[in-house]
Design a protein around this ligand. Structure first.
Ligand code: FAD
Length: 412
């Protein structure tokens, strides 16, 4: 089923992205923290646009490169080598910018596309996604922010929690309950909210476990996760995205795309961590021999290589299914859960092999370790994905008399 030959065009675009990262983005990383972050981004964006590396996944008619899932995945693995996210901003494919562009293309009205999609693609707008609340996250149908219609507009009230990038955004996608009746997942609606807005008040950026380890971001606001009070927030009806009651239905097509992006970035980071681990094993001697000579250490590296290899296969399989427009919910959930753990494990192994040095901030490993931990929570925690995977296994057996379809059976 899966053709492992990567088409030449996809290889060529990956090579161009790699070259851009090496020539422009990675050298600029040393400037982060010393110069305003978005000044550096603006400079890189101009270069990326000039090189024709821009919004890789967005159709050409909307100003992107129009790459398919596989070619985009290959570009993302290069972008993922920029651990300060400069690469993602440079090519205008940072989350949730990217997924929102896709949502607008698929579900936006013509007016919304002109007003919001065009400037998003042009790099003139930044956006955040406000769904999670203190009251509800893994089960977002428990969210309490309400929206009440009043003529040609809606009035929203409630609170939001962990709205990433809200402090630097000019637009928010806000999910609110618009009905108490009907099936639960049809009671919610997504609104396009222009920021700043007196009805959408950012109370603070919530301190997180990775922040103290990111001294280079100290004077920056690039990665804040905001706590927000929503009070008498007036939104025109024209800013309902995708229809009333369609808040959850719309999210599905973003899934595969988002997973490939997250997956590729995690693979790029895990690869860098494994390289550090191997370098350390080869250079460090203990008890009269290099660490690399110890079979126990070789097994640690083998375990990482195995997981990294499996992760690559998973994203390739998802990309192949996306290319064919096939249902990939099961593979998506498996990859989300597996790759989050893979990254955590590989970074942890690299840190362990660095000994006390791994625990310092003299290598990037401590920062990566803290940051990797979020992957097991964001976009749904492990347990919810495993619950979905398990249900998929049972459904496949009931339907087919075998669980193969829920365990990658279409590969062979
Ligand atoms: C760094 C970061 C960035 C984020 N960015 C955004 C953003 O931009 N926009 C946004 O809207 N949200 C964002 N989130 C929120 C994220 O999506 C939620 O944290 C996530 O969905 C989990 O929700 P929760 O934190 O409320 O955990 P809860 O719903 O309280 O769940 C807590 C724990 O309970 C367990 N659990 C839950 N349900 C089940 C179950 N059915 N079976 C077994 N165990 C279960 C899991 O272990 C879970 O971790 C972000 C979170 C983080 C950490």
């Amino acid at each position: 089923m899966v053709d492992f030959a990567i088409p030449e065009e996809a290889q060529a675009v990956r090579a161009r992205a790699a070259d851009f990262l090496d020539t422009h983005v990675l050298p600029a990383e040393a400037r982060v923290g010393r110069e305003p972050y978005f000044d550096i981004v603006a400079e890189l964006q101009a270069k990326a646009r000039a090189d024709g590396l821009w919004c890789p996944f967005v159709p050409v008619e909307w100003g992107g490169m129009g790459l398919g899932p596989l070619a985009n995945a290959l570009v993302q693995i290069e972008v993922g080598r920029s651990f300060t996210y400069l690469g993602a901003w440079a090519l205008n494919c940072m989350g949730p910018q990217d997924a929102t562009m896709l949502t607008l293309i698929e579900h936006g009205t013509q007016e919304q596309k002109e007003r919001y999609l065009r400037p998003l693609v042009a790099g003139d707008l930044r956006i955040c996604f406000s769904m999670t609340e203190r009251a509800a996250g893994a089960d977002a149908t428990g969210l309490r922010t309400s929206a009440v219609r009043d003529g040609d507009h809606w009035v929203l009230g409630g609170e939001k929690w962990f709205s990433s990038n809200a402090s630097i955004s000019q637009l928010a996608l806000v999910m609110a309950r618009t009905s108490e009746q009907g099936p639960r997942r049809e009671q919610f609606t997504t609104f396009l909210v222009e920021l700043p807005n007196p009805g959408y008040r950012i109370l603070r950026n919530i301190p997180t476990m990775d922040e103290p380890l990111r001294p280079r971001f100290e004077d920056e606001v690039t990665s804040g996760h905001a706590e927000v009070r929503i009070d008498n927030l007036v939104v025109p009806h024209a800013n309902v995205l995708g229809g009333v009651g369609r808040g959850f239905a719309m999210g599905q097509h973003r899934l595969g795309y988002g997973r490939l992006r997250h997956g590729m970035w995690s693979i790029a980071k895990a690869q860098a961590a494994l390289d550090l681990a191997a370098g350390r094993a080869l250079s460090r001697e203990t008890f009269g021999a290099p660490l690399a000579d110890r079979q126990g250490v070789q097994w640690m590296l083998a375990d990482c290589a195995e997981r990294l290899y499996l992760s690559r296969l998973m994203v390739l399989h998802i990309a192949a299914k996306m290319e064919r427009g096939q249902d990939l919910r099961q593979e998506n959930a498996i990859a989300k859960n597996y790759i989050a753990h893979m990254l955590h494990h590989v970074v942890d192994t690299a840190l362990q092999l660095h000994g006390s040095l791994g625990y310092t901030l003299d290598t990037p490993l401590a920062e990566w370790y803290a940051e990797a931990r979020q992957q097991r929570l964001v976009d749904g925690p492990d347990e919810v994905h495993r619950w979905m995977i398990g249900r998929g296994v049972l459904r496949a057996f009931e339907r087919d008399g075998t669980t193969a379809a829920a365990a990658g059976g279409d590969l062979l």
